[in-house]
Ligand binder design. Structure first.
Ligand SMILES: [Mn+2]
Length: 315
C-alpha cells in the first residue's frame, strides 16, 4: 500500500537549507528530537544545521548523536526551520526569518509556527517525531533510535509519568530493536549526578516547607546556595521532583533567585490543578502537571503571589 506523503515531507523536500531548532537550555527531548531529524535529513542529502541559542549545553546530553554538530549562531540563509519541544516563540531564543514547522507536546503551545504539529497527549516530543517517521515509512537507524529514546525516557520520567501508556512501551521496545543505546542513556540521564548537586539537594530538603495543610511544598534556591554548593541551577530539579512524592503534597513550587533580580518559578503537580494555566498568568507556560515562568520580585513576595493563586485553584 502506498503511503500518504505528509505535506511537511514535501515542504522539506523542496527546502534547500533546513535549520533544526532545540529550545534554550535544551533537554533530552528537544535535542533528541532535533538529533533524530538531523539523521533523517542528512539521509535525504539536505543541507541541515542543528541550532540551539544556549551555548553552555548540559554536558549529559553530549551522548546524543550529532551533539558535536550543534551550532549557536542562527544561519541566515536557511529557507525552512523546524523547532522541537518549544512551547512558545520565546523558547526558540532567536528570530526566524523563514517558514517554521513547530513540533511540540506542550499543552500551552501557542501554535506560533507556519505549520504546527502539536499533540498535548504525547508523553514526549520524540514520540510525535517517532510516529511521524513510522507513518511516513522512514527507517529508524541506531543513531535516530538513541536520540528518540533519550527524549522518551527523560520526559516520561523513566516511564513513571501519567501519560506513559502502552504506546510508550511499544515505542521503547521498537527503538531498542532499532539499536538505541538505552543503557548509556539511562546512566547519563538518571544514574549520574555531581557531588555539588547532592549537596544542594541536602540544603533544599533541610529548608523545605509545607503550606496549605501540607498540600503545597515550597523550595527556595538563592544565589548563595548555588555558590556554596557549586551546583548549577538545573541541579535543583531533582529536589523538586522528590518533594512532589511526599504523600500529602499535590503541588511543589521551586523559586530560584536569578542574577539581576528576577526569579525563576518551577511548578510540579499531580494534575489536580492546571499548572500551565497558572504559569500563563505570569507569562510562562508548560504542561498541566509541570510548568514554569520567570518574574521580577523577591522569592518571598513571589511565594505569596503564587500561593494565593494556588489556594484559590485548590479551594
Ligand atoms: Mn518535552
Amino acid at each position: 500500500m502506498a503511503l500518504m506523503k505528509h505535506p511537511l515531507v514535501e515542504k522539506m523536500e523542496h527546502a534547500r537549507h533546513i535549520v533544526l531548532i532545540a529550545h534554550v537550555n535544551p533537554d533530552a527531548d528537544s535535542l533528541g528530537s532535533a538529533s533524530a531529524f538531523y539523521s533523517y535529513l542528512l539521509r535525504q542529502q539536505k543541507k541541515v544545521t542543528l541550532f540551539c541559542a544556549t551555548s553552555q549545553v548540559d554536558r549529559r546530553l553530549a551522548l546524543l548523536p550529532w551533539f558535536d554538530k550543534l551550532r549557536h549562531d542562527m544561519p541566515r540563509h536557511a529557507d525552512l526551520a523546524v523547532c522541537f519541544d518549544c512551547g512558545s516563540k520565546e523558547r526558540l531564543g532567536t528570530t526566524v526569518g523563514c517558514e517554521l514547522i513547530n513540533i511540540d507536546h506542550h499543552a500551552s503551545n501557542s501554535n506560533f509556527g507556519t505549520y504546527n504539529v502539536v499533540d498535548a497527549d504525547a508523553v514526549s516530543t520524540t514520540q510525535i517525531v517517532y510516529d511521524f517517521f513510522k507513518e511516513q515509512g522512514i527507517r529508524i537507524n541506531a543513531k535516530m533510535a538513541t536520540a528518540l529514546y533519550a527524549g522518551l525516557l527523560d520526559d516520561s520520567h523513566c516511564f513513571l509519568h501519567v501519560k506513559t501508556d502502552a504506546a510508550s512501551f511499544e515505542m521503547a521496545a521498537d527503538l531498542l530493536r532499532c539499536g538505541a543505546e538505552s543503557k548509556s542513556i539511562s546512566t547519563a540521564l538518571f544514574q549520574t549526578c555531581s557531588l555539588a548537586s547532592l549537596r544542594l539537594e541536602g540544603v533544599l530538603y533541610g529548608q523545605l516547607r509545607l503550606r496549605h495543610g501540607g498540600r503545597v511544598a515550597l523550595l527556595h534556591v538563592n544565589l548563595q546556595m548555588l555558590l556554596a554548593t557549586g551546583a548549577v541551577p538545573q541541579e535543583a530539579e531533582r529536589a523538586l521532583q522528590r518533594a512532589q512524592t511526599l504523600a500529602t503534597v499535590n503541588i511543589t513550587v521551586l523559586l530560584r533567585e536569578r542574577r539581576h533580580g528576577s526569579v525563576k518559578c518551577s511548578l510540579r503537580g499531580d494534575g489536580s490543578v492546571n499548572l500551565a494555566a497558572v504559569a500563563a498568568r505570569f507569562g510562562g507556560g508548560g504542561h498541566r502537571d509541570s510548568a514554569g515562568f520567570i518574574a521580577d520580585g523577591t522569592l518571598c513576595a513571589l511565594e505569596e503571589k503564587i500561593m494565593s493563586i494556588l489556594c484559590e485553584e485548590m479551594n
